[in-house]
Ligand binder design. Structure first.
Ligand code: NAP
Length: 246
């Protein structure tokens, strides 16, 4: 089958590689926001399509038979466009969605709806590790009474005030390193999106162990779609569809 995987996550890479191994013709689509992305096997499309209309045109023109949304849980616009384009093109589709993180009884989480709201929870003197990516961080770096550590894969494009330090690192992150960093920098707050998954979860365990307050940005609402929760289930869903269509 000709399959279009919407990527930007580690799961999308594993999925595309698995689908190529199954013998499918796979194109992975990337937004083009990361300068040196890790790339899966198969074809790569880089850049937006021009909304749901443009995406519908693209999938129709290129004869795709299956669309898989393996984007990040916070990439709400493209997920919505995929649902709309698949419906109009009458193509099978599903979303590969990591389960959200859930707090345990020992966690100290404040759940907030967005980055601006997260910023309002950083009081004077806070020492915050910010792990929301490099985009849209402006509200979090405005407080000069806080010490801010922004951890991201690439450098933010905004001019940063002197109380902000950038740490360029790529997941996965290990518990021992997270503990060492939080202890060393005397972190009081961790600001994170509820991305889910295992690659970046060690920071939550470290925060729990050290009594660091977690400001957890809740996931955006997405339109209804069939969902699977891991790469193996995604590969099985495609194999089942392929077998029933044969
Ligand atoms: P978004 O707000 O949902 O999408 C904005 C626009 O970017 C879309 O309308 C689309 O442009 C284009 N786009 C997004 N993902 C694309 C893809 N995989 N292939 C082609 N075009 C894409 O997305 P975002 O939150 O900016 O995220 C962009 C990418 O980064 C996603 O692929 C996502 O998986 C990855 N990512 C996001 C986050 C996050 O926290 N948001 C974290 C890690 C990785 P057109 O309308 O022109 O088609």
């Amino acid at each position: 089958m000709r399959i279009l995987v919407f990527g930007g996550t580690g799961e999308a890479i594993d999925l595309a590689n698995g689908l190529v191994r199954q013998g499918h013709q796979v194109t992975t689509s990337l937004a083009g926001v990361t300068r040196k992305p890790r790339l899966p096997n198969g074809h790569i499309h880089t850049g937006g399509f021009g909304g749901a209309d443009g995406l519908f045109d693209y999938v129709s023109r290129n004869g795709f038979q299956y669309l898989i949304d393996a984007t990040h849980p916070f990439a709400a616009q493209i997920s919505s466009n995929i649902v709309e384009a698949a419906e109009r093109a009458n193509l099978p589709t599903f979303r590969l969605m990591r389960p959200a993180w859930e707090p345990s009884a020992d966690d100290d989480w404040q759940t907030v709806p967005n980055i601006s709201s997260a910023a309002s929870h950083l009081g004077d003197g806070a020492r915050a590790l910010i792990t929301v990516g490099r985009q849209h961080i402006e509200p979090l770096i405005l407080y000069d009474s806080c010490q801010i550590y922004v951890r991201a894969i690439e450098h933010p494009e905004v001019i940063l005030p002197p109380n902000v330090t950038v740490i360029l690192e790529r997941p996965p992150f290990r518990l021992a390193d997270e503990l060492a960093f939080m202890r060393d920098k005397e972190i009081t707050h961790l600001v994170t999106k509820n991305a889910g998954g295992t690659q970046t979860a060690a920071k939550l365990e470290a925060a729990r162990m050290l009594g660091v307050k977690v400001i957890m940005i809740d996931r955006p609402a997405l339109p209804d779609a069939n969902e699977v929760f891991d790469v193996d289930d995604a590969l099985r869903a495609v194999a089942d569809h392929s077998a029933s269509a044969a």
